[in-house]
Design a protein around this ligand. Structure first.
Ligand code: LER
Ligand code: MN
Length: 270
């Protein structure tokens, strides 16, 4: 397993669970200074910066790109893949596909979190899940062209009413025969929803493809009450070799958070 830390360039997500928000070059330098292997990027969209510029920053600091988020499609543009308006669903998918191409050129998978949306009103849960499955099929195929998977993230109940548990996500992938889709185990969401986080990871087996390594209160690991040992043992048991990524609040400040998180990751993997 490898360490990663989040760099956000989305002003609308200034209060979100991302560690470094300063200009990108400073974020890369900070990630390197703290000893991270890679960065996870949260950008306003696919045209925010060129792939070549990101490659140059990664090379300069000898950092990998763990993943790219798509959440700005929701927080900045109000787009979701399950919007009742077909034009908005189409725009949402276009945004996601462009982010897949952007990340893919960096060898990094894209993540679907908040852009999955919600069901309700005139839209049934089955209808929303059917639209989501169609979008995931397109996303999985687009990501495959770059040799990376597409990452689907079950969220806690306050952020979506579609899929809140890792096992539900695994079943959804299998039932819909979704190819090249992996699950994101965000330990903060799982702390809210799962009865046993480690067991949930074991039950989802090979489907976990990315981890947001957040403590129970979404601070850096070690600042809440998560028991990491059984969770890391579960990840090892299912053969997980991906990232433990710091998608956490920059508390008490970004540097202290980054230092605490890398310490926790190193302890977990020791
Ligand atoms: C994104 O990774 C996430 O965890 C969500 O809570 C963002 O809305
Ligand atoms: Mn997350």
């Amino acid at each position: 397993m490898k360490s990663a830390i989040t760099l956000s360039q989305v002003p609308e997500a200034a209060a979100g669970p991302f560690v470094f928000h300063q200009p990108l070059a400073e974020g890369f330098a900070a990630a390197k200074k703290h000893g991270y292997h890679s960065v996870e990027l949260f950008f306003p969209g696919p045209d925010f910066i060129t792939v070549a510029e990101v490659k140059a920053l990664a090379a300069e600091h000898n950092l990998g790109i763990a993943a790219v988020g798509t959440g700005a499609g929701m927080v900045k543009h109000g787009l979701s893949l399950t919007d009742p308006d077909p034009a908005k669903r189409e725009a949402a998918l276009e945004f996601v596909l462009k982010m897949i191409d952007f990340g893919g050129q960096l060898g990094a998978p894209a993540i679907l979190g908040s852009m999955q949306g919600k069901w309700g009103g005139d839209i049934s849960r089955d209808q929303a899940l059917s639209w989501l499955a169609d979008a995931l099929k397109a996303a999985g195929a687009a990501a495959a062209k770059h040799g990376v998977p597409f990452i689907y993230e079950p969220l806690n109940r306050y952020e979506t009413n579609l899929i809140n548990h890792l096992a539900e996500g695994a079943k959804y992938i299998e039932d819909n025969k979704l190819e090249n889709i992996v699950l994101l185990a965000d330990l903060f969401h799982m702390n809210i929803e799962e009865s046993d986080v480690a067991q949930a990871i074991i039950d989802a087996g090979k489907h976990t493809g990315h981890v947001h390594f957040a403590d129970s209160n979404r601070n850096a690991m070690g600042m809440g009450h998560t028991d990491t040992a059984p969770i890391v043992a579960a990840l090892k048991q299912v053969g997980y070799t991906g990232y433990l990524s710091a998608e956490v609040f920059p508390k008490p400040d970004a540097d202290a958070c980054a230092a605490q998180e890398i310490k926790a990751i190193k302890e977990a993997l020791a």
